[in-house]
Ligand binder design. Structure first.
Ligand SMILES: Cc1cc2nc3c(=O)[nH]c(=O)nc-3n(C[C@H](O)[C@H](O)[C@H](O)COP(=O)(O)OP(=O)(O)OC[C@H]3O[C@@H](n4cnc5c(N)ncnc54)[C@H](O)[C@@H]3O)c2cc1C
Length: 481
C-alpha cells in the first residue's frame, strides 16, 4: 500500500499545535495535524489560568517578551477573526509590602522597555478606587490596561477549525509512536498506520521531549508540576472585575484571580513539585481558599462550583537547571520542537505558530496560500439574543427552542452542532458550547447530552464518555448487576 505523504506533520493538538497548523495553512503545503486523543485541547491547553498577558513579566530582549507584547496587541483582531469572546478587563499586580513594591517597580521598568502600553504604578488609594473588593493593607499596585482573558480551549478549537477550513487534515486518536529518517523525508509510525513528511513540527505538550527523543536526543527534558484551582459561580458576591495577581512578600507564590469571559471567577493555582496527575489536593484547595479569603474578604466562597488541577510542563536542561525562555529546538533541518511551553503559551500560541511557519516557509521554499481565509465562524448561540430573534431562530430550527443546559442556556441545536464539529464526549460538547459550566456543573444535562451524542453518532449511550478513557456515563445493559 502506498504511504501517505505530507509536506508537514504537526504532532499534538494543544494551543501551539492548533495554531502552528493554522499558521502553516497560510502556505501552499499539504499539512496534517495528529492528535493522540479523541479531541484537540484536552491537555495543558485545557487547564490553565486563561490570562492574555501584557508582557511586563519577561526580561527585555527575550523571545517571550517580544512575542507576548506583539501577541497581546493583536489579540482583539485574532479573536474577531476566530469568533471567540475576549475580555480586555485589565490586571492589577498587587503589593502588600516593601519587597513586593520593589518587584512592581522592576516590572514597570521592564514593561516600559518591552513596549507594553497602558502600564501604571498606582498608589493604594488609586488601586482601591479601581478595584474596591481588595482587602485593606495594600501598598501599591501595577495596573496593566491591556491584560485580558480568553477561554483557552475555545481559542484552540477555533484555530483548529480554521486550519481545517484552510486545508489542514486533522487525524484524531492518532499517536506518534516511532520516527525515522529515510532519504530526505521523515517517516512517522502511528498507532493508526505510517505516514511520510518533508517536515515535522512537534507540539506534543507534556510528551514533547519524549516525542523528539524518538528521533533526536532532546537538549531539554520536561519536569511536570501540578497546581490546583477553584472556580466560583458567576453570581458569587464580592467578585473583582480585574485580573488580580498577588506579588508575594514572602514565599514563592501569590494567588491569581481571573474574572473569566463566561462570568465565573477562577482562583489559583498552587505549585506541587514532580506531579503528573490531574487530581486536586486537599492542601492545595485549602491554600487557594485561604489566600482568596485574605485578598477578597467580601467574596462569597460558598459560590464554589468546581475545582480542578493543571499540570505544567517545566523545561529543564539535562544538568537540571531550569529554562525560563520558550524552548524551540531545531535538531535537524525541517524538524522543529516546542518543548515545555508554559505561561504565556496561551497568549503566544499564534506567535509561536507564526514563528514556525516562517521558518518552514524558508526551509520548504513554500509559496503563500492565496486562498487562506483567517475567518472562522463560531457556533450560533441562542443565549443573549433578543426575544424576537430567538423566537424566529426556534421557528426556523425547533432544536433552538429546546434548552438542554439550563444553567448556561444552551439549546439542543448548539449541542448537535458541537457534535457535528467534532465533539464525541460530554466535555467535548462543553468545550464548544459551554454546557455544564454553570452552577450545577452538568448534573442536570450530562445524561441528556450523552444521549444526544449517542444518537448523532449512532453509537450506544454506554459508549459515550464524559472525557478520557474510563469515564463512560452509563453502563451497557449486560454490565448491570
Ligand atoms: C498551570 C498553567 C497555567 C497557565 N496559564 C497561562 C495563562 O494564564 N496564560 C498563558 O498565556 N499561558 C498559560 N499557560 C500556558 C499554556 O497553557 C501552555 O503553554 C499551552 O497550553 C501548552 O500547550 P501544549 O500544546 O504544549 O500542550 P497540550 O495542550 O498538552 O497539547 C499537547 C497535545 O499533544 C498530544 N500528544 C502528546 N503526545 C503525542 C503523540 N505521541 N502523538 C500525537 N499527539 C500527542 C497530547 O494528547 C496533547 O493534546 C499555563 C500553563 C499552565 C500549566
Amino acid at each position: 500500500m502506498k504511504m501517505e505523504r505530507f509536506d508537514v506533520v504537526v504532532i499534538g493538538g494543544g494551543l501551539p499545535g492548533c495554531f502552528s497548523a493554522r499558521e502553516l495553512s497560510r502556505l501552499k503545503l499539504e499539512i496534517v495535524l495528529l492528535e493522540a486523543r479523541e479531541d484537540v485541547c484536552t491537555g495543558v491547553s485545557r487547564a490553565n489560568t486563561a490570562v492574555v498577558y501584557p508582557g511586563h513579566d519577561h526580561k527585555p530582549g527575550t523571545l517571550k517578551a517580544e512575542m507576548t507584547v506583539r501577541a497581546n496587541a493583536s489579540f482583539d483582531r485574532l479573536c474577531e477573526e476566530l469568533d471567540v469572546p475576549f475580555s480586555r478587563c485589565g490586571s492589577l499586580m498587587l503589593s502588600f509590602g516593601p519587597r513586593s513594591d520593589a518587584a512592581l517597580r522592576k516590572k514597570l521598568r521592564q514593561g516600559r522597555e518591552n513596549g507594553v502600553p497602558g502600564l501604571r504604578l498606582l498608589s493604594a488609594d488609586e488601586a482601591y478606587r479601581l478595584e474596591p473588593t481588595i482587602a485593606s493593607g495594600l501598598s501599591s499596585a501595577l495596573y496593566a490596561s491591556t491584560a485580558g482573558t480568553v477561554n483557552p480551549w475555545q481559542l484552540g478549537i477555533a484555530a483548529c477549525e480554521n486550519a481545517v477550513q484552510n486545508g489542514v487534515r486533522l487525524r484524531l486518536n492518532t499517536r506518534v509512536i516511532a520516527m525515522r529518517r529515510e532519504n530526505d523525508d521523515y517517516l512517522l509510525e502511528t498507532d493508526h498506520g505510517a505516514l511520510q513528511a518533508r517536515a515535522v513540527v512537534n507540539c506534543a505538550g507534556l510528551a514533547a521531549d519524549r516525542v523528539q527523543g524518538l528521533l533526536f536526543p532532546p537538549a531539554v527534558r520536561i519536569v511536570p508540576t501540578a497546581g490546583d484551582y477553584l472556580v466560583l459561580d458567576r453570581n458569587s458576591v464580592g467578585k473583582p472585575t480585574h485580573i488580580l495577581q498577588v506579588e508575594p512578600e514572602e514565599g514563592e507564590k501569590g494567588l491569581t484571580v481571573v474574572p473569566t469571559v463566561e462570568g465565573s471567577l477562577l482562583l489559583g493555582p498552587t505549585e506541587r513539585e514532580n506531579a503528573l496527575d490531574y487530581a486536586t489536593t486537599e492542601n492545595g484547595l485549602a491554600w487557594v481558599r485561604e489566600q482568596a479569603a485574605h485578598l477578597l474578604p467580601g467574596l462569597a466562597l460558598d459560590g464554589t462550583i468546581r475545582s480542578f488541577a493543571a499540570v505544567r510542563p517545566n523545561p529543564q536542561r539535562q544538568d537540571g537547571s531550569s529554562i525560563h525562555s520558550f524552548c524551540i529546538e531545531h535538531p535537524a533541518e525541517r524538524f522543529w520542537s516546542l518543548i515545555g511551553i508554559k505561561t504565556p503559551g496561551l497568549t503566544c500560541a499564534r506567535e509561536l505558530g507564526a514563528f514556525l511557519a516562517r521558518r518552514l516557509a524558508e526551509e520548504l521554499a513554500a509559496e503563500e496560500n492565496a486562498g487562506f481565509d483567517p475567518v472562522r465562524r463560531g457556533i450560533r448561540r441562542a443565549h443573549g439574543l433578543p426575544f424576537e430573534e430567538r423566537k424566529a431562530l426556534a421557528e426556523r430550527d425547533p432544536d433552538y427552542g429546546e434548552i438542554v443546559c439550563f444553567c448556561e442556556d444552551v439549546t439542543k441545536a448548539e449541542v448537535l452542532e458541537a457534535v457535528r464539529r467534532g465533539a464525541v464526549t460530554v466535555d467535548g460538547v462543553k468545550r464548544r458550547v459551554g454546557t455544564g459550566m454553570g452552577r450545577c456543573q452538568g448534573a442536570r444535562c450530562e445524561q441528556k447530552i450523552a444521549a444526544l451524542i449517542a444518537e448523532a453518532l449512532g453509537v450506544p449511550e454506554s459508549a459515550v464518555r464524559k472525557d478520557g478513557p474510563g469515564s463512560e456515563i452509563v453502563r451497557a445493559a449486560h454490565e448491570n448487576v
